[in-house]
Design a protein around this ligand. Structure first.
Ligand SMILES: C[S@@+](CC[C@H](N)C(=O)[O-])C[C@H]1O[C@@H](n2cnc3c(N)ncnc32)[C@H](O)[C@@H]1O
Length: 403
C-alpha cells in the first residue's frame, strides 16, 4: 500500500520551512558566513567527526535509538522521505530483448516494465508516447513486451539515428522515432500524442518532466509515468506546478536544485572522494577571495586524477584556466595549504556541507510530490514511489497517475 501523496506533502512542508536557510544555501557562496544558519549543537556534533564517521552519521547506520541532534534530524528526514517501493519480481529481459543495453539501462527498463505490466492488466495499453526517449531502449521494450505502438520523442537526432539503426535492423515496426523539441510541440505532433493511452518519461531532465505531465493531462492520457532527474539543468526555471506548491511558499534556489539531484553518496569511497574534492575546492575559494579579492567563480569540473595532485599543482592549473598566472602563486599556495587556520576553516565548511546534504532527498521529494499533486488536482489517482534501487539508479522517484 503506497503512502498518500497529500500525507507525504503535509509532513514534508513544515520541515522544509524550518530548515530553509540550510538547504537553500550553498556553503561556498556563504563563506565567510557559512555558519550563520547552522544550529550550534548540530555543528558541534559534526565538526569533530572523521570522514568515515560523517558518512555513517549521514547514512544513520549505527544510530539506533541514540538521541543526538544529528541523529534525530537524519531520522526525521528518513521518516518523512521514506516512500513505498515496488515489489520484488522475477521479470527480466532476455539476452535478445536487452541487447545493446548497459546493465543499468537493462535494470531500469525491467523495473519500469514491471510497474507497467501490473497496470496493463487493468488498462489495455495500445499506444504509448515516450517523452525524451533517447535511443529508444524503453520504447523498443515496451513495443515488444506490451505489444503496443510506441512513439519515442527526443530532440537529439544523433541519439535517435543510432537507436533507429539498431531497432529497425531487428524489425520492430511498432516503434517510431520523432525528432522534436518538447518545449515547442507542433499541432500535428500534439494530435499524435493525443492518441496515447500511456505517456511516459524516464529521466526527463529538469522542467521537461513538468512539461511531460502537462502534455499528458492536456491530452487526457489514461496512464502517466514519470521519473525526473537533473533538476538544476533549466536555469531560472521555477518549480511548483501544483496549486498546493503555489500556496506552500517554498522556493527552490539554484544550489538547492543541485542538492536535490546529488543525493547522498551510497558508498564510502565516493563519499571520501567527494570530501577530497571539496577540501581542494574550498581552500582554493578561500584563496581566491582572501588573497585575490575575487568572489566565487566556477573553476570547472575536473577528472578525478586532478585531485591526486598536490594542492598547489591543482590550484595553479585552476588559476591558469581563470587567466591568472598560477606559477606566480606557488609559494603562497603552499603556505596557504599549510596554514592551520585555513585548514580549520575548510573543515568547518565540510561539516556545514554535510549538514546541508542531510536535506537532499527532502528537496528532491518536494519536486516529485508537487508533480504527484498536480496529477491529483487534474483528477488522476496519483502515486509517488521508489521504482529503482538507489545504489543502481539514484534518481528513482516515480510519479504515476491513472484514471
Ligand atoms: C537523461 S536522458 C533520458 C533518456 C531516456 N529516457 C532514458 O531513460 O534513457 C534525457 C533525454 O532528453 C532529451 N531531451 C533533452 N531536451 C529535450 C527537449 N527539449 N525535447 C525533447 N527531448 C529532449 C535528451 O536528448 C536525452 O535523450
Amino acid at each position: 500500500m503506497s503512502k498518500e501523496v497529500n500525507k507525504l506533502w503535509d509532513n514534508l512542508i513544515p520541515v522544509l520551512h524550518e530548515y530553509k536557510n540550510i538547504w537553500s544555501m550553498e556553503t561556498i557562496y556563504e563563506y565567510p558566513n557559512h555558519l550563520q544558519h547552522i544550529p550550534e549543537k548540530l555543528f558541534d556534533e559534526i565538526i569533530p567527526l572523521t570522514t568515515e564517521e560523517i558518512f555513517s552519521t549521514l547514512r544513520q547506520d549505527n544510530l539506533g535509538s541514540q538521541s543526538t541532534c544529528s541523529g534525530n534530524l537524519v531520522r526525521l528526514l528518513r521518516e518523512i522521505t521514506s516512500l513505498s517501493k515496488i515489489q520484488k519480481s522475477d521479470f527480466s529481459l532476455n539476452i535478445l530483448q536487452s541487447r545493446y543495453m548497459t546493465p543499468k539501462k537493462k535494470y531500469e527498463v525491467e523495473k519500469v516494465i514491471q510497474v507497467l505490466l501490473s497496470e496493463h492488466r487493468q488498462i489495455k495499453i495500445n499506444k504509448i508516447t515516450d517523452c525524451c526517449g533517447g535511443a529508444g531502449y524503453l520504447a523498443n521494450s515496451l513495443a515488444n513486451i506490451l505489444d503496443a505502438k510506441v512513439l519515442s520523442i527526443d530532440n537529439d537526432s544523433k541519439i535517435q539515428e543510432n537507436g533507429l539503426a539498431r531497432f529497425l535492423k531487428h524489425g520492430n515496426c511498432n516503434i517510431s522515432f520523432l525528432n522534436h523539441d518538447l518545449n515547442f510541440i507542433k499541432e500535428e505532433v500534439y494530435n499524435q500524442i493525443k492518441e496515447s493511452d500511456l505517456i511516459i518519461g524516464i529521466h526527463t531532465c529538469s522542467h521537461l518532466s513538468d512539461l511531460q505531465l502537462q502534455i499528458a493531462v492536456e491530452t487526457d492520457a489514461r496512464l502517466i509515468l514519470n521519473v525526473g532527474c537533473c533538476y538544476y539543468k533549466t536555469k531560472g526555471y521555477k518549480y511548483g506546478i501544483s496549486q498546493q506548491a503555489k500556496l506552500s511558499n517554498i522556493e527552490l534556489s539554484g544550489p538547492s536544485l543541485l542538492l536535490a539531484a546529488r543525493g547522498i553518496e551510497t558508498d564510502l569511497d565516493s563519499f571520501i572522494f567527494s570530501i577530497n574534492v571539496k577540501k581542494y575546492r574550498y581552500l582554493l575559494h578561500i584563496y581566491l577571495k582572501e588573497v585575490l579579492g575575487l568572489e566565487f567563480i566556477a573553476v570547472g569540473g575536473l577528472k578525478p586524477k586532478e585531485y591526486e595532485k598536490s594542492f598547489e599543482d591543482y590550484a595553479i592549473s585552476r588559476l591558469d584556466t581563470l587567466g591568472i598566472k598560477g606559477e606566480d602563486h606557488r609559494k603562497d599556495l603552499i603556505d596557504f595549504h599549510n596554514n592551520k587556520k585555513k585548514q580549520e576553516m575548510v573543515k568547518e565548511m565540510i561539516a556545514v556541507n554535510a549538514i546541508r546534504s542531510i536535506f537532499s532527498r527532502a528537496v528532491e521529494l518536494y519536486i516529485a510530490l508537487d508533480r504527484g499533486l498536480y496529477l491529483k488536482e487534474a483528477g488522476y489517482d496519483s502515486n509517488v514511489f521508489e521504482c529503482f534501487d538507489p545504489k543502481i539508479s539514484p534518481r528513482n522517484i516515480c510519479i504515476m497517475g491513472r484514471r
